[in-house]
Design a protein around this ligand. Sequence first.
Ligand SMILES: *Cc1c(COP(=O)(O)O)cnc(C)c1O
Length: 227
Amino acid sequence: MTQSSSSIAQNRAEILTRITAAAKSAGRAANAITLIAVSKQQTEARINAMLATGQLVFGENKVQEAYTHWQEHVGRMAGLRLHLIGPLQTNKALDAVKLFDVIETLDRMKLASALAKAMDKTGRQPDIFVQVNTGEEVQKAGISPHDVDAFIADLRKNYDIAPKGLMCIPPAAEEPAMHFALLRKIAQRNGLDQLSMGMSHDFETAIAFGATHVRVGTALFGPRGEG
Ligand SMILES: *Cc1c(COP(=O)(O)O)cnc(C)c1O
């Protein structure tokens, strides 16, 4: 697959059309859904082509790579919003707070404490999402659905972190719908109204279950690690 700038613009137009259609069939407003263009492992040329379309919201899963991709754009491009969507080590919390506008992967107290310190130190307040391991997979990041209510209460009470929403990555081999439904239920009972869920292959299902943010990589940019 070649990814010229025109095909990247076309991919994006198609995804936006599909988002609008999925919102419509769910009886939702299309502008309630934010498309996060996941630029991890994509070339500078493809990222520049995506920026040329007017796309301003991007997702990265590694702090260091995010600096490589975005350092020169930050501060020069009004409206640019960067989401961290991959696991965060506590020793990178400061760098993450300095760069990202949204950190979607808070899942443990030690990290909450490191983020709170980093926010204090920098005066920056990125939006925080809690990652929930809806499939309770041992190898996957995220807090267990059984522990998440207490975790959110603890964040609010002891860390002065008011999470804005929840994020999940359903198990690859399972029907995603039940995971999206579970994430929505956890959000509702905790008074949270933002849901980051849905990727290239399942974002329409996620929208049917209330996603406010969909994280789309390959369907926008083409396969990763090429070009
Ligand atoms: C890579 C990644 C995506 C994008 O996946 P695609 O299948 O390429 O759309 C979404 N969310 C997370 C957390 C990711 O790491």
